[in-house]
Design a binder for this molecule. Sequence first.
Ligand SMILES: *[C@@H]1O[C@H](CO)[C@@H](O)[C@H](O)[C@H]1NC(C)=O
Ligand SMILES: *[C@@H]1O[C@H](CO)[C@@H](O)[C@H](O)[C@H]1NC(C)=O
Ligand SMILES: *[C@@H]1O[C@H](CO)[C@@H](O)[C@H](O)[C@H]1NC(C)=O
Ligand SMILES: *[C@@H]1O[C@H](CO)[C@@H](O)[C@H](O)[C@H]1NC(C)=O
Ligand SMILES: *[C@@H]1O[C@H](CO)[C@@H](O)[C@H](O)[C@H]1NC(C)=O
Ligand SMILES: *[C@@H]1O[C@H](CO)[C@@H](O)[C@H](O)[C@H]1NC(C)=O
Ligand SMILES: *[C@@H]1O[C@H](CO)[C@@H](O)[C@H](O)[C@H]1NC(C)=O
Ligand SMILES: [Zn+2]
Ligand SMILES: [Zn+2]
Length: 580
Amino acid sequence: MHLFSFMLCLSVGALVKCAAGSDWCYTGCEHTPAHWKDIPGTFCGKKRQSPIDIVTSNVKPDQNLLNFTFVNFSSQHVIKSIVNNGHTVKCILAKDESEVSGGGLNGTYSTIQFHLHWGDTEHHPGSEHMVDGHRYPMEMHIVSLKKGVEKPTEDSEGIAVLGFFINATEDGDMSGPWSKLTSYLTNVTGTEVDFNHTISLDDLIGNVNLTKFYRYMGSLTTPNCNEAVVWTVFQEPININKNLIQKFPMETGISNVFRPAQQLYGRQVFASPATPLPPSHSWCYDEHCHYTPSNWPTIPGSHCGGERQSPINIKTEGTVLNKQLKDFTFTKFDEKHAIKYIINTGHAVKCVLKDDMLEVSGGGLGHTYSTLQFHFHWGSTSHDSEGSEHTVDSHRYPMEMHIVNKRKDLSLEEAITTPNGLAVLGFFIKASDGTKSGGESEHHEPSPSKPTSDMDAWKKLTSYLSHIQNISSQADVTEEISIDDLLGNVNRASYYRYNGSLTTPSCNEAVVWTIFKEPVKIDENLMKMFPTHAGYHNVYRQAQSLHNRTIFTTASASGSPCPIMLTLLLACLCVLMINL
Ligand SMILES: *[C@@H]1O[C@H](CO)[C@@H](O)[C@H](O)[C@H]1NC(C)=O
Ligand SMILES: *[C@@H]1O[C@H](CO)[C@@H](O)[C@H](O)[C@H]1NC(C)=O
Ligand SMILES: *[C@@H]1O[C@H](CO)[C@@H](O)[C@H](O)[C@H]1NC(C)=O
Ligand SMILES: *[C@@H]1O[C@H](CO)[C@@H](O)[C@H](O)[C@H]1NC(C)=O
Ligand SMILES: *[C@@H]1O[C@H](CO)[C@@H](O)[C@H](O)[C@H]1NC(C)=O
Ligand SMILES: *[C@@H]1O[C@H](CO)[C@@H](O)[C@H](O)[C@H]1NC(C)=O
Ligand SMILES: *[C@@H]1O[C@H](CO)[C@@H](O)[C@H](O)[C@H]1NC(C)=O
Ligand SMILES: [Zn+2]
Ligand SMILES: [Zn+2]
């Protein structure tokens, strides 16, 4: 059996992965993308992986990314055969006929094949790369190997892939090159079919402007994920009729064949000089940058001058009782492995959560929201530091934690332009009484009030701060830390509610705010670690005008006595039960 497959491999050729072929998948097997790294011999868990989300505000123009030179891309005879290999549809090109060079590539690359990535019949998009969180319906990859390199997969620039986004149009050519290509789609896997039509690579690329592209160093996007790829992702998409796009999942029997975006781990994405980029938004909270807080409204595309801005000062006297503000349902907030990584953004410390794991609903929100990340706002290292964004009757707390959630039925792009697209849960943080410095109280107080949260979790979390002192640096979180641990027994039924915005540029007015009345109490020394390690302080925005907005409040206006009573009651019940 083994000998047989070995010989088959030899005869089909070195570039066809035989043995590994069925070891991985996108869905429905043991080795889904999150587990590709566990397949022996793969590089899928390393730090130069593809695809990525291209965040255009972090892209740097590079004058060396000049025009490409394509050889035989206009030839209508280079596509030799087409195959559904079970993971994608691949077109194999005539050997040593088409080439690509220039475009900042170091050398000439011989083009061997192209293939596609797509979503499903429910119109879910399926490009691999994303741009500012946007996923296109499909992506085409034209693969070329560096000439003169013996083992391209083992050379850090051995493979050049040209990525083209494919966008769906309502109407459009149903008889052109893409319709010829789709006429070959089949659900029969593993059989290479001769390609008899005359279409060229240029015919498929259409009128995409080939001088506008992004460039970064990455990997193959399927196992073994070799880190050997110089990536080119063209900015303009190929526009094709949505009915042709539908044919890929429908007629191949395979859907959602794309790998999720991988972390950058400090890599820089560049762009050719012709690529339009947003002006670099250097904003800050103090006076040491181009866009100081008073200038945030002048940042291009900014909403910071709007009438629904956050944070605000909550005047408790003016709040309106709202009986709809019932309890929240928090899903998986007790999950101890939900944090993917922690990052120093230069404006805050942010913990990014695993995709689609945690959820929030109820609480009068009216929708289910997926939890994306949480981050912190803080003041200084001084003992009486004030750094919360929201204030209550003009009182500013030492810190504020924001748990950011996105409406589950919307993409991020849609959410930030929808009035209730985001729900942010704000928790004030103050020093636990026992840890306040300069007090005799520790010794004389008979029973110092205990911190409300699990101090272990805060110790674990803050232990990462020393690893992310550099701006943009990040660390994988491996310690067991759940959001429940961090919040402890804070009363989550007592809160304020208002319509507001993101508190950092572009200040999108897309946030339903929940501000919990009871603060989380943590050790003061742990709190000080945020400004100490991050190296910047007072990262909060000043209160914004309320304009015509109403701040609603839950019924239990004086929150804290109730849960204590409840705890006592429960304690009594427990004692009773033990005695029974
Ligand atoms: C690159 O190509 C564009 C259009 O194809 C052309 O306008 C431009 O002059 C070219 N630049 C160089 C440096 O050749
Ligand atoms: C382009 O393709 C033709 C055949 O279609 C081939 O004869 C020619 O050598 C190719 N050009 C290069 C530079 O490889
Ligand atoms: C270009 O590639 C050659 C051969 O692969 C290599 O020796 C050289 O260092 C590369 N140059 C740059 C600037 O990367
Ligand atoms: C994608 O296609 C839609 C029409 O379906 C169009 O409105 C949009 O501008 C296109 N996007 C790009 C980037 O061309
Ligand atoms: C493959 O497609 C044919 C029609 O083209 C269909 O009859 C058949 O059921 C499909 N097979 C699978 C496994 O989907
Ligand atoms: C921070 O940056 C400096 C210089 O760029 C580097 O030497 C150091 O290793 C970095 N530290 C961390 C924790 O990444
Ligand atoms: C937020 O705005 C929406 C639409 O204008 C409104 O229906 C809702 O009551 C507002 N919620 C709050 C808390 O003000
Ligand atoms: Zn690909
Ligand atoms: Zn925030």
